[in-house]
Design a protein around this ligand. Structure first.
Ligand code: OAD
Length: 252
């Protein structure tokens, strides 16, 4: 069911009144750019692939070539995808209302940035980044670390010096989130007057907890999602519909 005009008007009013807005985005905001989500029952990545084999340090250690190949094809998908109207609406609004909007994303694509959003807080890393799987041996010796860009080709590429393997710069299951990003996200959640939760199932913590933090600190919470989410209980209002339709209407 599409949200009624009253609901949209109410949220537009909250947006106008809020001195600080935080937006928490998930895979659903990139769905209309052609990127698969994770938990859709038919097309979601985790419906087709085993996260323990493909998105954990143990899975990578067991079969690096399999994991590297899977991320290589996801990287191709990210490079081919284009930002959609939802990414653009956020970037355009922030450019006009400087200092009022913080974008916190669970997405590992770069579509917010390519739409023009600046200072995006990336909780789950960057799929296009290369990093070493193990701590660089040179770094352990107190020397400047080897550059993953100079790794010897292979699946995955390896360090010519010590054989260390290159991995994608995403957060895998069982790994901590980047501390600086999580701190910045928590601060945005605590300070905002309004949080928009866009295109996330709200199933993965600590990211999903940011909506609860915002609510606890007095913010209004609005969910933009065509389906129910695990954060609906926190929301003042749930706008049921696709992000690329609703965000331009909210932020025009
Ligand atoms: P999910 O796949 O769990 O949820 C995607 C959400 O987007 C669902 O609630 C959909 O209903 C909604 N959705 C689908 N199409 C939409 C549209 N056009 N507009 C708005 N919403 C739409 O993805 P996330 O919540 O992002 O972790 O998943 C969280 C984390 O789990 C991901 O960051 C990933 C995964 O394991 C890492 O990569 C570390």
């Amino acid at each position: 069911m599409a949200p009624d005009d009253d609901g949209l008007a109410q949220v537009r009013g909250w947006i106008a009144d809020a001195d600080r807005i935080a937006v928490l985005t998930g895979a659903g905001i990139s769905a209309e750019s052609g990127s698969p989500t994770f938990r859709d029952a038919q097309s979601g990545l985790w419906a087709k692939f085993d996260p323990a084999r493909l998105a954990s340090p143990e899975g990578f250690a067991a079969d690096p070539a399999l994991v590297w190949g899977w991320y290589a094809s996801r990287r191709d998908g990210v490079r081919q995808a284009q930002p959609n109207a939802a990414h653009r609406a956020l970037a355009d609004w922030a450019a006009v209302h400087r200092g009022r909007l913080a974008v916190v994303t669970q997405n590992v694509d770069d579509l917010h940035q390519r739409a023009g959003s600046r200072d995006v807080i990336r909780l789950h890393g960057d799929i296009l980044e290369d990093r070493w799987f193990d701590t660089c041996r040179r770094q352990e010796r107190g020397e400047p670390p080897c550059d993953p860009a100079s790794a010897r080709a292979g699946e995955p590429p390896t360090c010519a010096d010590c054989g260390n393997r290159v991995r994608p710069g995403v957060v895998w299951f069982g790994e901590p989130l980047p501390v600086a990003a999580l701190d910045a996200a928590e601060q945005a959640a605590r300070r905002c007057a309004l949080m928009l939760v866009v295109g996330t199932s709200g199933a993965v913590y600590p990211a999903a907890g940011l909506a609860r933090t915002a609510r606890r600190h007095g913010a209004r919470v609005v969910i933009v999602n065509p389906h129910e989410s695990e954060l609906d209980d926190v929301a003042d209002l749930c706008l049921r519909g696709p992000a690329a339709t609703l965000l331009p209407r909210l932020l025009a």
